[in-house]
Write a protein that binds this ligand. Structure first.
Ligand SMILES: Nc1ncnc2c1ncn2[C@@H]1O[C@H](COP(=O)(O)OP(=O)(O)O)[C@@H](O)[C@H]1O
Ligand SMILES: [Mg+2]
Length: 212
């Protein structure tokens, strides 16, 4: 397998795992890269996103999808990972020991933290597991609200975590929720504007880390 494998994990539900996966996927597709999505979350949000996407924009041979259990990830990667440039793995809202099977296969672990203290608290287990797996790990600040107290407070707690936040972050914007429900990335839902810019910046920062 030649592609780079990114695992998006965070035990707190609603932190933005699926949002991060769908936005990175659509950003890389827009660059002409081939992308595989692997969903290990039994809630199946990623598959629903793709169903809606295929109804509206049609199928794209550069975007492949499969579900897998955490344990079955290595087999799933052999099956569908193939020649893809990027493989994005979405994970369930728990950080049980099963996730280690996914971490083992990953080149980079991204941990979204939505701007709340509860998200920061929920992050220690996954950071610990990623550390034990010896995998490069970065926090991605999500739903940021510039100039708010809670934003400053969370930023300070995040700076005390063992994993560093990426420079790029995603602000709290309606377009992210809208795009997710329409089977799109924010860059596709609104081609110009701040969301597009921040997704592009995030995708290129991740590309640089992985030498994509
Ligand atoms: N940056 C953001 N701005 C606005 N809404 C967001 C943002 N990130 C996520 N959301 C919304 O929050 C909810 C949870 O996000 P989701 O990506 O499904 O989280 P997870 O996969 O971690 O459970 C969704 O409705 C999503 O559209
Ligand atoms: Mg999800």
């Amino acid at each position: 397998m030649s592609g780079r494998i990114i695992c998006v994990a965070q035990q707190k539900g609603g932190a933005g795992k699926t949002t991060l996966v769908t936005n990175l996927a659509t950003a890389y597709l827009a660059e002409g890269k081939s992308v595989v999505l692997l969903d290990t979350d039994p809630q199946g949000s990623l598959g629903k996103w793709l169903d809606i996407r295929e109804e509206t924009v049609g199928e794209n041979e550069k975007l492949q999808f499969s579900t897998s259990t955490a344990y079955g990830i290595s087999r799933a990667l052999r099956g569908v990972g193939g020649e893809a440039d990027v493989i994005l793995i979405d994970t369930p809202p728990k950080a049980d020991s099963d996730v280690r099977w996914v971490l083992r296969e990953s080149d980079l672990v991204l941990v979204p933290i939505a701007a709340s203290q509860a998200d920061v608290w929920a992050t220690h287990d996954i950071l610990d597991l990623a550390d034990r797996a010896g995998k490069p790990t970065n926090i991605v600040l999500n739903r940021t609200r510039a100039g708010t107290r809670v934003g400053e407070h969370v930023a300070k707690s995040v700076s005390e975590l063992v994993a560093k936040p990426l420079q790029s972050s995603l602000a709290n914007r309606v377009v992210y929720a809208e795009a997710l429900g329409r089977g799109l990335g924010a860059m596709e839902a609104k081609k110009t504007g701040s969301a597009s810019e921040e997704v592009r910046a995030l995708a290129s920062e991740v590309s640089a880390i992985l030498k994509l």
